[in-house]
Design a protein. Sequence first.
Length: 57
Amino acid sequence: MRPENRTNRLVVLSLLAAFVFGVTGAAVAAEPANFAEALAKAAQENKVLVVDFYTDW
């Protein structure tokens, strides 16, 4: 197998895994409960805050 094919296959599999975990909610944290708490916690831990929105309409 050519190296380009391996790279393409790895990218596709990674995107598929990210989609599956995103759909199943495997990465959803239970806390903190609101945006202000999450922002304060992210700043305290020097991390990036990721906000995920969902709607079914």
